[in-house]
Every structure is written in structure tokens, then in C-alpha cells.
Design a protein around this ligand. Structure first.
Ligand code: B4P
Length: 182
């Protein structure tokens, strides 16, 4: 089983849901930039105040802000890890590669979770977070296409991509993910 992983996919594909299951089962460190940003928002920190405004519009938070959060956590990694929702831009991917080079822990696999837009929108509307209204969701999908989807080609060139269909039952998708990682 590969244990230095990255989950990529459009908003609502189920990255967070699947990451939690896999990390629990294999004792991996779960690094969700979305969760980390939301805890800064709840704490009302200066970083959280800056992030909230962008997140509620469906925009990405700045690369430097996200990198500062991730770097501290990865530096202390002593077990396998799963990066969920990071990187989201080519610049973040390049910064990550430098960081992982320094700690000599290269990525072993990039799991791309795919799902059609109609299902993504339905799921996110059902989740009901503050950034889950239809206008913001559609904008997030555009931002994903423009800024994050190019990472699939980037990691395909490195031979790391494993594609998994994100439709169906949560546990069925979890088995698909474990199958591509074994
Ligand atoms: P994230 O927190 O990463 O969340 P997401 O992409 O919207 O959702 P995810 O794919 O994890 O879906 P989930 O499992 O929750 O990002 C939120 C925001 O944070 C971004 O828009 C951005 O502003 C900011 N951000 C985060 N990382 C950043 C970065 N690196 N750089 C810059 N900005 C960053 O599932 C969605 C719903 O579907 C849930 O309700 C779930 O219960 C349901 N679901 C899951 N699997 C299902 C299934 N099989 N069947 C039915 N429902 C299912």
C-alpha cells in the first residue's frame, strides 16, 4: 500500500470523505487545506479573516497563505500522509515538490476522483456549508477547471496518476481507491 498520497478532484468529488476513511484505516496523517483554513476561520485569526472572504466567493486562497500552513505540518511528518485538496495550482505543486525534496519524501501516487458536474452540484447543495450555494459552487467548478485540473497532466507526466470514479456508494469508492493503491 502506498502511503504518501495526494487526492485531486473537483469540489464535491468526495476527496474529504474518502481521505478520512483511508487515513483512519492506514493511520496516515490527513492534511486537508480546506479543514485547516476553516479552523482558522472559526478561530477568527487574521489568516482566517483573509481566507473567509475568498472561500465564501469560491475563490482560491493565496498560494503563500496555504503553503505556510502545509509546510509546518509536513516538516513534522513521521508517518505516511495524505494531502487532500492541496496542491490546487501549478505554483503550489512546484512549491510542494521543493518541500518534499528537502524532507526526502516523494509522492507515491496521485488519486484523481472524477464526477460529473450535475452530481457535484447536487452533493454540495446537500452539504450546505457557507460556501455551498449554487452561484458559488459554479464559480468553484470554473476555478477548478482553470487552475487545478492542469495538475492532472502535470502528475500524469510523472507517472503518478490513478483515476477513480467518484460515483456510487462511499464504501464502494473506498474499495476502488484501495485497489489502485495496493
Ligand atoms: P475543500 O475543503 O477542499 O472542499 P471541496 O473540494 O469542496 O470538497 P470535497 O471534494 O472534499 O468533498 P466532500 O468529501 O466534502 O475546499 C473548500 C475551499 O477551501 C476551496 O473552495 C478554497 O477556497 C479553499 N482551499 C482549500 N484548499 C486550498 C488550496 N490548496 N489552495 C487555495 N485554496 C484552498 O464531499 C462533498 C459532499 O458530498 C459531502 O456532503 C459528502 O457527504 C457528500 N458525498 C461524498 N461522497 C459521496 C458519495 N459517494 N455519495 C453521495 N454523497 C457523497
Amino acid at each position: 500500500m502506498q502511503t504518501r498520497l495526494l487526492f485531486l478532484g473537483p469540489p464535491g468529488a468526495g476527496k474529504g470523505t474518502q481521505a478520512q476513511l483511508l487515513c483512519k484505516k492506514y493511520d496516515l496523517m490527513h492534511l486537508s487545506t480546506g479543514d485547516m483554513l476553516r479552523s482558522e476561520v472559526s478561530a477568527g485569526s487574521p489568516l482566517g479573516i483573509e481566507a473567509a472572504e475568498l472561500m465564501n466567493k469560491g475563490e482560491l486562497v493565496s498560494d503563500s497563505l496555504v503553503l505556510s500552513i502545509v509546510e509546518n505540518r509536513l516538516n513534522e511528518a513521521s508517518q505516511g500522509w495524505l494531502l487532500d485538496g492541496f496542491p490546487r495550482t501549478v505554483d503550489q505543486a512546484e512549491a510542494l515538490s521543493v518541500l518534499l525534496g528537502k524532507i526526502q519524501q516523494p509522492i507515491q501516487a496521485v488519486v484523481v476522483i472524477t464526477l460529473d458536474a450535475e452530481f457535484l452540484i447536487k452533493r454540495l447543495l446537500g452539504r450546505g456549508r457557507t460556501d455551498d450555494n449554487e452561484t458559488v459552487i459554479r464559480h468553484r467548478l470554473e476555478v477548478y477547471k482553470e487552475k487545478t485540473a492542469p495538475l492532472i497532466a502535470h502528475y500524469t507526466k510523472e507517472g503518478l496518476v490513478k483515476t477513480v470514479k467518484g460515483d456510487g456508494d462511499v464504501l464502494e469508492i473506498a474499495s476502488r481507491i484501495e485497489a489502485v493503491l495496493s
